[in-house]
Design a protein around this ligand. Structure first.
Ligand code: IVH
Length: 678
């Protein structure tokens, strides 16, 4: 990233406005239109530059700056938020005849037998929010509460990338948008998996996770949760009014709000509504998020008006619930699982039962607090539910079914794998094994190290790792790199070709960049995202190892917990010995972007005007890849100004300072001339 600061506050302001506009625009392309034009890394680079400016010129920080996504300072509590119009809830339909009755009721009310045009939307399972925009700026975010007053959670709302801080395309002066904040299944599962590995409580379902995330007093915590939104209506809307609900949703999308338009249908009558319900039920399993039903709305806003509302629900809409994916079964056993960080978690083994078409034989019990909360015992009759997580959940114990033979589930005081004593520290919900040579921990660490997101050693699956452990061939990740062909021949069913392939994959993994290596080490609290940040910041393992707590904490997104964990990792003799061995075996991972050419070493570039062949941040990356520097403003130190069309003050300044001006083509030609493959 370019680190040079602008020459004056005036220039900083200009550059800041430019970066903000770029970030708002790219967020719109990404979230509302699902048509990104730059990569996440490029977005991040622009954001980092903006943060640097804000660090140096704090007066540039406004509440709708893209930097506010990272989360403002914690609050003591939430204040109340009055809704402009009540946030209503929906009446439920449970079957076909309820839906037909709904249609008949509306026709009776309107005293008309004419078919009614409906809009069928998915009913997402999350948390309802109201977002207030004034002059296109997000000024308030609130929960539904009792429908009249909710809680003001603006700072948390600002951290959600899919919620625009500024609207686009001539948005109305005043508007209150309503939508459902939710989590998609993949990120939810990833988050839960990570939480389990880190010994934190996993969430029972995406809805609970969403509710918990929105009610955080520290917005920086909310910022880390994979929240998104689907907007489905408005409370208040100034200016020109649309004619149909569908038009309204189209406008919301145009203004930059996220609306799942592709997933809704406008249908001419109730028969088609019924068909649509069947379709959605079918689609349910394949969707990237949980839906708990379908919402049917009268499409014409004039008709909606005419139909009006009852005390808490509108007459013009109804929710058709999907059957819950729950079944009854028996908890046959609880087994203990040891993760790579030593966290010991209980896993429920169930009498197999089919839930929504999937056979379930295990469920997550999360931790001992959850066991206490459920009051569950081995032998109990329980209700299991599949709701989002791959691992189903036990939602209820039918205590009235007890025979008296049920057994209590006791928290262990010894590790089930290595028998070393375990302890549960304050604030933790699971006990941990600290045994350095614990086979269960070793197995999980090896699996993590070779996994796709880490060192990505192809062919090194669970089966291979199990055999390596059984034959006592590895006692740390370093041992993987000492394996020979002869070692593999001791495996069952291992031929020459396969052994060579595995050795090739192991050798190849030595080239993985630092971020993958760091992630693979399995340092507590350092997931793939933080590994990337640390790698980018330090560039090498040695530099990271030398980092002081304060230096670590000065990095955005690195809190005291992470900093402490990184230090503790590098203070551990055992870890240091393994790292030393890895080094001697030829692993010396570097940050990808630091392995670069030198052709532009010492040269400073500034980009200005509208560029056509590459984006500004792509240009900056190209310069940095060849050892050069990219800056946001022209000064005496600038060597080249790359100017696109409509270049303004920067061009004038560069001319006055006799800086070499390049067109896009000239820049690319210059780059070709100096290029060394990074
Ligand atoms: S419309 C007046 N549309 O379901 C209309 N609600 O019980 C009120 N929900 O509180 C809501 N997806 O949290 C509507 N496409 C959708 C929805 C939806 C989910 C939630 C919302 C609301 C609850 C209604």
């Amino acid at each position: 990233m370019q680190t040079e600061l602008p020459d004056s506050a005036e220039q900083a302001k200009e550059e800041h406005a430019d970066l903000s506009a770029q970030l708002h625009h790219h967020a719109y392309l990404y979230h509302a239109l699902d048509r990104p034009e730059i990569s996440d890394a490029e977005y991040d680079q622009i954001l980092q530059r903006l943060l640097l400016l804000e660090d140096n010129y704090p007066e540039l920080i406004t509440s709708d700056s893209p930097s506010q996504r990272i989360g403002a300072a914690p609050v003591e509590g939430f204040t109340q938020a009055q809704h402009s119009k009540p946030m209503l809830s929906l009446e439920n339909a449970f079957n076909e005849s309820d839906l037909r009755e709904f249609d008949n009721r509306l026709k009776r009310f309107l005293a008309s037998s004419k078919d009614i045009e409906y809009l069928c939307e998915m009913k997402l399972d999350g948390v309802a929010v109201a977002l207030t925009y004034q002059h296109g700026r997000l000024v308030r975010g609130a929960t539904r509460g009792d429908g009249i007053t909710g809680e003001e959670i603006t700072e948390n709302i600002r951290t959600i990338g899919a919620i625009p801080l500024q609207l686009q395309n001539k948005a109305p002066t005043r508007m209150e948008v309503r939508g459902e904040v939710y989590m998609e299944l993949e990120p939810f599962r990833r988050m839960n998996q990570l939480r389990r590995e880190e010994g934190e409580v996993s969430f029972a379902n995406p809805r609970n996770a969403t509710a918990g995330s929105l009610r955080q007093l520290d917005p920086r915590v909310t910022a880390k949760r994979p929240l998104t939104i689907n907007c489905y209506g408005v409370g208040e809307l100034s200016g020109r009014q649309p004619e149909t609900h569908f038009q309204l949703l189209e406008s919301l999308r145009r203004w930059g709000l996220k609306v799942n338009l592709e997933l809704l249908r406008v249908v001419p009558d109730i028969e088609e509504v019924l068909a649509c319900y069947q379709d959605m039920l079918q689609q349910r399993e394949a969707l990237p998020f949980e839906i708990d039903g379908m919402v049917v709305k009268v499409n014409s806003l004039a008709l909606q008006q005419e139909l009006g509302e009852k005390s808490r629900t509108p007459r013009w809409a109804i929710a058709c619930k999907f059957p819950p994916r729950q079944e009854q079964t028996i908890l046959e056993d609880v087994r203990l699982q040891v993760g790579r960080t030593g966290a010991i978690t209980p896993v429920a083994h169930l009498r197999p039962v089919t839930v929504g078409g999937v056979t379930v034989s295990r469920a997550s019990l999360h931790n001992w607090d959850e066991i206490d909360r459920l009051g569950i015992r081995i032998g109990d009759t329980v209700i299991v539910e599949r709701a989002g997580d791959v691992i189903p959940d036990i939602v209820k114990v039918l205590t009235e079914r007890r025979s008296g033979q049920e057994k209590e589930i006791v928290e262990p005081n010894h590790c089930p794998a290595c028998n070393s004593p375990v302890s549960r520290s304050e604030g933790e919900v699971v006990p941990r094994c600290h045994g350095l040579s614990c086979p269960a921990r070793l197995k999980e660490s090896l699996k993590h190290f070779v996994s796709r997101g880490a060192m990505d050693i192809e062919g090194m699956g669970d089966r291979v790792i199990d055999q390596l452990l059984r034959l006592n061939m590895v006692s740390s990740v370093a041992d993987i790199y000492k394996l020979t062909k002869e070692d593999f021949f001791r495996f069952e069913r291992m031929g020459e070709t396969l052994a060579e392939k595995l050795l090739g994959a192991i050798e190849q993994s030595k080239q993985r960049p630092l971020e993958k290596f760091l992630f693979g080490l399995g340092i507590r609290h350092v997931g793939s995202h933080l590994a990337k940040i640390l790698s980018r910041q330090f560039g090498s393992l040695d530099a990271l190892q030398r980092a002081e707590i304060a230096e670590l904490q000065s990095i955005h997104e690195v809190g005291p917990q992470v900093a402490k964990s990184v230090q503790a990792f590098f203070a551990d003799e055992h870890n240091l010995a393994v790292l030393q061995q890895l080094k001697e075996l030829g692993l010396n991972p570097q940050t990808a972007s630091r392995a670069r050419g030198q052709g532009l070493l010492g040269k400073t570039f500034v980009f200005t005007g509208s560029l056509e062949q590459f984006t500004r941040s792509e240009g900056q990356t190209l310069v940095e890849q060849q050892g050069g520097r990219a800056s946001g403003s022209v000064s005496k130190k600038t060597d080249y100004l790359v100017a696109g069309a409509n270049a303004g003050s920067k061009l004038t300044k560069a001319q006055s300072l006799n800086v070499t001006i390049l067109s896009e083509e000239e820049f690319l030609a210059l780059l070709e001339g100096v290029k060394e493959e990074p």
